[in-house]
Design a protein around this ligand. Structure first.
Ligand code: ADP
Ligand code: MG
Length: 812
C-alpha cells in the first residue's frame, strides 16, 4: 500500500499582454516546496487602506511558469503517474481552473501543432512504449471517454453519436455494488492494441464532443471530461491479474456564476457546473478534515465517478491552471485556495490484484479430474457422471430385497458412492409417493394377498407400467439435456472461432466475459464492454458521416462552402498542417528508402562475412593449416561496418516509428478541424437562411449577417487597411457582436471588422491600394456589413452582389 497526499502543481498560462507582469512571482528558493505569490494590484486591494491583503502566497509541489513546454509538463507531472499505473496502481490527473486557463491545452493539447500535444497523447505514447518493452507480462489496454454535462453522463465513444443527438443517447449512470465499488452503466470500453488506436479513440471522443456542442451548450467549458486508460497485466500462466486505471480529467471551468452573468439555459448549466464543482469542493473539505466519517460522494455524478481518486485507492495529482491577468485575480486566488485544500487529502493506493475467474475455473476443473483419477485408483473402478443401466438395475434389486427383508438388522449396502446413495433415496421416495397415490402399500398388499395370484399380477403390472413411465420421462429428460449439451458444445466451437470483436459486439451483458456472476466479480468501476476498436474505420465512418453532408449539397451551397472554407481562420491551420504532413510523408518515404537500403547493405555485409569465413576455412583445408585464431583484418572491418549499419538501421527505424505517430496525430488534427469547419459552415448557412426568411428585404438582412472566422491574411490585410484608415479618423466599429456565435473560438482568434466596412473605407481613403483589386473578388456571402452609416450607392452595390450570390447558391 502506498500512502500519499494528492500532489498539487500549478501551471501559469502565457499572458497576452506583457504589462500583466508584476501580478505574481514564483519563489523557487524554497527548493522543496516552491511558492506562488499573487500580488493584488493597488486598485483591487483598495489602496492598502482597508483590511484587504495585498498579496497571497500558495505552496505547490512545483510551479510551471508561462514558458514551460508540454514536454516538461508531461515529464514532471504525468510520467510518474503513468509509471505507477504500469506498476498496478490507480492514478488520476485532473486539471482545475477557470475557463480559458489552459485545462484542455494541458490535458489534451492544442489543436494546431504536434508539439502542443498534451498529457493524454503523451501518456498513451509512453504507456504503449513501455508495454512493448516489457515482454514478461501480457497487457491489455482499454479506453473509455466519459463526459458529464448537467449531471448526466454521456459516452463520447458511443458509436450511435453520429446518428443521434446527445439527448437521445443512453445516459451513463452510476451503479454501486454492496462493496461500494462504482460501476458505470452504458459506458463503453474499447480495446486499444496500439498507440494509434488509442489516439484515434481520443480524437473520436473529442470530435463527438465538438459535434454535440451548440452555441447554447458550449460543452467544452461547461462539462467535465474523463478519459480513462484501463490497463490489465498478467504473467503468462499465472491466474493473478493486475488491473489499474488512469483517469485524465478535464474539469468544467471553475468560474463563479455571478461573474458569468448568465440567464436561461446557461444559468441552469452554470448552476450544474457550479453545483458539481461545489460538491467536489465539499468532498475535498470533508476529506481534508480529520475524523469526518461521512464523505458526500453521492451528491454528484462527478464525485461518484472520482470516488476512488479522492481519498481512496488512487495516486492523484491536481494541476491548477492559472490565467494570471488582472481581471482573473479573484478566480486565480480561489483556484489556488482550492488546491491548498486538495493537498491535505491522503490517499491509500493498493495494488489491484485479483484472480482471473476463467483461469480459476480451468484450475478447479483440473483439480476435479485429478481427484477423480485418484478415486478411480482407490476404488478400482472408473467413475462416470451417471450410473450405468446395469448398475441401476442391480441397485434397485438390492433395494427391493432390503425392503422385503423382515430382519430388523438388515442393511442396504451400496458402498461409498454418492451417486448410488442418491439413487437409493430417489427410488425410495418414488416408492413412497406411489404408495400414497394409490393408497396401497406394496409390502402390505404382498402380505395380504400372498396366496392370490391375480391381484399380485395386477400390482406387478402397475408397478412395471409406472417404472416404464418413469424411464420414459427420464429418457426424455436425458435426451433434452443431451440436445442442450450438444448445442452448448457447438456454440462453444462457434464462440471460439468467432472474431473477438464480433463477440463483444453481440454481447449486451453489462459484465465482461468470464464474469458470469455479475457485479460482485467485476473489477471496481469496470464499465460495459464494447466493440473492439477498429477505430480508424469507426473514425473514418464518423468523419465521412459528418463531412458526407457535402454530398447532398446543392451546387450553390457547395460553392459557398468552398468560399467559406477558403476564408475561414482555421484554413490556415489546416493548410499549415497539410504542408507539414506532406513534408513528413516525404520524410517518411525517404527514411523508408534509406531503411531498405540499410537492410540490403546489412544483408550484403553478412553475406560478405560468411563468404570471407568460408574462404578462410577453405584456404586452411587446402593448405592444411589450421584456421588462424586471430581474426582476419578484413573480416573485422566488415563486422564493424555491419555493426555500424545495424545501429543506423535501428536509429532510422525508431525515427520512422516516431514519424508514423506524428503523421497519425496530424491527420487526426486535420480531420477534427475539417469537421469543425463543416459544422460551423452548417450553422452559418442555417443562420443566413433564417435571417433571409425573417428579413426578406435584402437591405434589412444586411445587419443580420454574421461574419465567420477569417484567415489571418485577410485579417492582416484589413488590419493594415484599418490602421491607415484610423489615421484618417475613421472609427473602428464595435467588434464584439460580430463574433461568430456558433464557434467556440477555440483558437481565440480575433475577428476583425468586416470587409464590407473595409471596402467602404478603402474607397474613401486609398483607392489606389494594391488590395483594391482583390477585395471585390471576395464573395459577397462572406461580406457582412458593419451597420455603420453607408452611402446608398454602397448599399445598392452590395445588395446587388449579394443577390447574385444568393441566386447562385440556391436561396432565391
Ligand atoms: P480551458 O480548457 O481551461 O478553458 P484552454 O485549454 O481551452 O482553456 O485554453 C484557452 C486558450 O489558451 C487556447 O487557445 C489554448 O490553446 C491557449 N493556451 C492555454 N494554455 C496554453 C499554454 N500553456 N501555452 C500556449 N497556449 C495556451
Ligand atoms: Mg477546456
Amino acid at each position: 500500500m502506498v500512502k500519499q497526499t494528492i500532489q498539487i502543481f500549478a501551471r501559469v498560462k502565457p499572458t497576452v499582454r506583457k504589462q500583466q507582469q508584476g501580478i505574481y512571482s514564483i519563489d523557487e528558493d524554497e527548493k522543496l516546496t516552491p511558492s506562488l505569490e499573487i500580488i493584488l494590484p493597488r486598485d483591487l486591494a483598495d489602496g492598502f487602506v482597508n483590511n484587504k491583503r495585498e498579496s497571497y502566497r500558495f505552496k505547490f509541489q512545483r510551479i510551471f511558469d508561462q514558458n514551460e513546454k508540454q514536454e516538461t509538463i508531461f515529464e514532471n507531472i504525468a510520467k510518474p503517474v503513468a509509471e505507477s499505473v504500469l506498476a498496478g496502481y490507480n492514478g488520476t490527473i485532473f486539471a482545475y481552473g477557470q475557463t480559458g486557463s489552459g485545462k484542455t491545452f494541458t490535458i489534451t493539447g492544442g489543436a494546431e501543432r504536434y508539439s502542443d500535444r498534451g498529457i493524454i497523447p503523451r501518456t498513451l505514447s509512453y504507456i504503449f512504449e513501455q508495454l512493448q518493452k516489457d515482454s514478461s507480462k501480457i497487457y491489455t489496454t482499454h479506453i473509455s471517454y466519459l463526459e458529464i454535462y448537467n449531471e448526466c453522463g454521456y459516452d463520447l465513444l458511443d458509436p450511435r453519436h453520429e446518428a443521434s443527438s446527445l439527448e437521445d443517447l443512453p445516459k451513463v449512470t452510476v451503479l454501486e455494488d454492496p462493496d461500494q465499488n462504482i460501476h458505470l452503466k452504458n459506458l463503453s470500453l474499447h480495446q486499444a492494441t496500439t498507440e494509434e488506436e488509442a489516439l484515434n479513440l481520443l480524437f473520436l471522443g473529442d470530435t463527438n464532443r465538438m459535434i454535440a456542442e451548440t452555441p447554447m451548450n458550449q460543452a467544452s467549458t461547461r462539462s467535465h471530461c474523463i478519459f480513462t486508460i484501463h490497463l490489465s497485466s498478467k504473467e503468462p500462466g499465472s491466474a493473478t491479474v493486475r488491473q489499474a486505471k488512469l483517469h485524465l480529467v478535464d474539469l468544467a471551468g471553475s468560474e463563479r456564476v455571478a461573474k458569468t452573468g448568465v440567464g436561461g439555459q446557461l444559468l441552469t448549466e452554470a448552476k450544474y457546473i457550479n453545483l458539481s464543482l461545489h460538491y467536489l469542493e465539499q468532498v475535498i473539505i470533508a476529506l481534508s478534515e480529520k475524523h469526518r466519517s461521512h464523505i458526500p460522494y453521492r451528491n454528484s455524478m462527478m464525485t461518484s465517478v472520482l470516488r476512488d481518486s479522492l481519498g481512496g485507492n488512487c495516486m492523484t495529482t491536481m494541476i491548477a491552471t492559472l490565467s494570471l491577468e488582472k481581471r482573473n485575480i479573484d478566480e486565480s486566488i480561489s483556484t489556488c485556495r482550492f488546491a491548498q485544500r486538495v493537498a491535505l487529502i491522503k490517499n491509500e493506493a493498493v495494488l489491484n490484484e485479483e484472480i482471473d475467474p476463467r483461469l480459476m475455473i480451468i484450475r478447479l476443473q483440473k483439480e476435479i479430474q485429478e481427484l477423480k483419477d485418484e478415486l478411480a485408483i482407490v476404488t478400482g473402478e472408473q467413475r462416470t457422471e451417471a450410473l450405468t443401466e446395469a448398475e441401476l438395475l442391480q441397485l434397485e434389486k438390492r433395494i427391493t430385497s432390503f425392503l422385503e427383508d423382515q430382519h430388523p438388522e438388515s442393511k442396504l449396502e451400496v458402498g461409498a458412492d454418492m451417486r448410488k446413495i442418491h439413487h437409493c433415496f430417489h427410488y425410495l421416495k418414488k416408492l413412497l409417493n406411489d404408495k400414497n397415490i394409490h393408497g396401497t402399500s406394496i409390502a402390505s398388499s404382498e402380505i395380504k394377498d400372498q396366496n392370490s395370484q391375480e391381484p399380485l399380477k395386477e400390482e406387478e403390472y402397475k408397478k412395471l407400467r409406472d417404472i416404464l413411465q418413469q424411464r420414459d420421462n427420464e429418457i426424455n429428460i436425458l435426451v433434452t439435456m443431451l440436445k442442450k449439451e450438444k448445442k452448448k458444445a457447438q456454440d462453444a466451437l462457434h464462440f471460439s472461432s468467432m472474431d473477438r470483436s464480433e463477440l463483444r459486439r453481440s454481447q449486451s451483458s453489462p459484465f465482461p466475459p468470464g464474469n458470469p456472476e455479475g457485479p460482485r466479480m467485476l473489477p471496481p468501476s469496470a464499465p460495459t464492454q464494447a466493440p473492439d476498436s477498429s477505430t480508424s474505420q469507426y473514425r473514418s465512418s464518423l468523419l465521412h458521416g459528418k463531412t458526407g453532408m457535402r454530398e447532398e449539397m446543392s451546387l450553390g451551397r457547395q460553392e459557398a462552402f468552398e468560399i467559406f472554407k477558403r476564408d475561414h481562420a482555421d484554413s490556415v491551420t489546416i493548410e499549415d498542417n497539410k504542408q507539414i504532413l506532406k513534408q513528413r510523408f516525404s520524410e517518411a518515404k525517404a527514411l523508408g528508402e534509406s531503411i531498405n537500403e540499410a537492410r540490403t547493405k546489412i544483408g550484403r555485409l553478412k553475406e560478405e562475412i560468411t563468404q570471407r569465413h568460408v574462404q578462410q576455412v577453405a584456404l586452411g583445408i587446402s593448405e592444411n593449416t589450421p584456421v588462424p585464431s586471430t581474426p582476419d583484418l578484413l573480416e573485422e572491418k566488415l563486422r564493424s561496418q555491419l555493426q555500424e549499419e545495424k545501429r543506423r538501421y535501428k536509429a532510422m527505424f525508431t525515427h520512422l516509428k516516431a514519424l508514423k505517430v506524428e503523421i497519425e496525430h496530424l491527420q487526426l488534427l486535420m480531420d477534427k478541424a475539417k469537421v469543425k469547419l463543416q459544422k460551423e459552415f452548417e450553422a452559418w448557412w442555417a443562420e443566413e437562411a433564417t435571417s433571409l426568411q425573417v428579413n426578406s428585404p435584402a437591405v434589412n438582412s444586411l445587419n443580420h449577417m454574421k461574419p465567420f472566422p477569417q484567415t489571418p491574411e485577410s485579417q492582416h490585410e484589413r488590419s493594415q487597411l484599418l490602421s491607415s484608415k484610423s489615421a484618417g479618423g475613421w472609427e473602428v466599429p464595435d467588434q464584439s457582436p460580430r463574433r461568430f456565435v456558433s464557434c467556440s473560438d477555440l483558437y481565440a482568434r480575433k475577428i476583425l471588422p468586416s470587409p464590407g466596412s473595409l471596402l467602404h473605407s478603402q474607397e474613401q481613403s486609398s483607392p489606389s491600394s494594391p488590395l483594391e483589386d482583390r477585395i471585390p473578388e471576395r464573395p459577397v456571402s462572406s461580406v457582412p456589413l458593419t451597420g455603420d452609416s453607408q452611402t446608398d450607392s454602397d448599399i445598392l452595390a452590395f445588395v446587388k452582389a449579394r443577390q447574385s450570390i444568393l441566386q447562385r447558391t440556391g436561396f432565391q
